[in-house]
Design a protein around this ligand. Structure first.
Ligand code: SAM
Ligand code: SF4
Ligand code: SF4
Length: 346
């Protein structure tokens, strides 16, 4: 894993606030085997919900072509996400092709791990996947099933974490979204479980992504609260970031039990260093997680533009980027139309 790329001289494009483009997050599907209440609530994503058809999704060939163009503009890290990326068949083939792009240094996957069996984990690693982030929001089945809303028990995800660890990825991290009234009582049990395990647990503040999760500021358990709770149980101290633009604040247990991370996108926004672009499942480029709409790269690709034209378009879009949503969040902006998490990925 290369964790120094953010500190190197960046030869690529920069945006209207002088931020480079380093990371591209790609949503490979809008489908998911979970219905997490903060992401794809059943009332909105129920039986009648119309998911995208195969032809509406970017093909692997189209994704690879777009990634190549981005890599020439400065992108070095790729994250595959969704929806649930492992419901997309033959994802290994996509990983392999992306790994073959010269300037791409790091490929990671965000998954709920239900479909991560030994065979799949091994073939993803062999294809060139470097890192895996696994989402788990509670240690007890009652809470976890209330979150995923499809009856998946905690053990299923713990098995996925063990499988990923055994497969030998450069890192396996665990992500827990914390929503007040839903799972904040799981903060300490989660911290205790992963203390000393070698896996880094990262807490994520509940965010107002999309318009379907009925986000309220009062439901955000802030990074300060989370750190305070953990510190009272087992003392922790802050650690310097690995690189400029790292999204999680790092903390270390004083007793040597390893590290935790806290992603404070609401209470301590980090737009100033945001070098992430996002490509949705339908091939739209979003320059911010909270954008209303994206720029249709799939249409350009299917209309037969050249790589140079595609590159010029992306350069123009990134150059004009001035997004800093989290730093300017207001009660009004929360209600504005925004793309859903399941389309754009986390
Ligand atoms: N299905 C995969 C998973 O859950 O890991 C990948 C996609 S999911 C959208 C990516 C990450 O976004 C997950 O860690 C999820 O918990 C997080 N997430 C989803 N909705 C969120 C929200 N409203 N606020 C904060 N994080 C959220
Ligand atoms: Fe699916 Fe991930 Fe969203 Fe949960 S957070 S509904 S697992 S996409
Ligand atoms: Fe980046 Fe937008 Fe998040 Fe700010 S709010 S860190 S610009 S994605």
């Amino acid at each position: 894993m290369n964790t120094t790329i953010h500190t190197e001289q960046h030869a690529g494009i920069t945006d209207g606030l002088n931020r480079p483009i380093h990371d591209l997050r790609i949503s490979v599907t809008d489908r998911c085997n979970f219905r997490c209440v903060y992401c794809m609530p059943k009332e909105k994503f129920g039986k009648g919900y119309q998911f995208l058809s195969r032809n509406e999704l970017l093909s692997f060939e189209e994704i690879v072509r777009i990634v190549k163009v981005f890599s020439e503009l400065g992108v070095r890290k790729i994250r595959l996400t969704g929806g649930e990326p492992l419901v997309r068949s033959e994802l290994e083939k996509l990983v392999e092709q992306i790994a073959g792009i010269e300037k791409i240094e790091d490929i990671s996957l965000t998954t709920n791990a239900v479909l991560l069996n030994q065979k799949r984990a091994g073939s993803l690693r062999d294809a060139g996947l470097n890192r895996v982030n696994i989402s788990l929001d509670a240690m007890d089945d009652e809470t976890f099933m209330a979150v995923n809303d499809v009856g998946v028990p905690v053990q299923k995800v713990l098995d996925g974490i063990s499988t990923a660890t055994a497969a030998g990825f450069d890192s396996v991290k665990v992500n827990m979204v914390v929503k007040r009234g839903l799972n904040e009582h799981s903060i300490l049990p989660m911290a205790e479980y992963f203390h000393g395990s070698g896996q880094i647990l990262r807490f994520i503040e509940f965010m107002d992504v999309g318009n379907t999760n009925s986000w309220k500021n009062s439901e955000v358990v802030t990074a300060a609260e989370i750190a305070g709770l953990i510190h009272a149980q087992r003392p922790i101290e802050k650690v310097a970031p690995n690189y400029r633009g790292e999204v999680a604040n790092r903390w270390r247990y004083l007793d040597g039990g390893g590290e935790i991370g806290i992603i404070a996108s609401v209470s301590e926004p980090f737009c100033g260093d945001c070098s992430r672009a996002r490509l949705s499942a339908v091939g739209k480029l979003y320059t911010c997680l909270f954008a209303a709409d994206g720029h249709d790269l799939m249409r350009l690709v299917r209309d037969g533009v050249s790589d140079t034209e595609l590159s010029d378009k992306i350069t123009a879009l990134w150059s004009g980027r001035r997004d800093r949503y989290s730093e300017t969040r207001t009660t009004e902006s929360v209600l504005r139309p925004k793309v859903e998490m399941s389309h754009i990925g986390g």
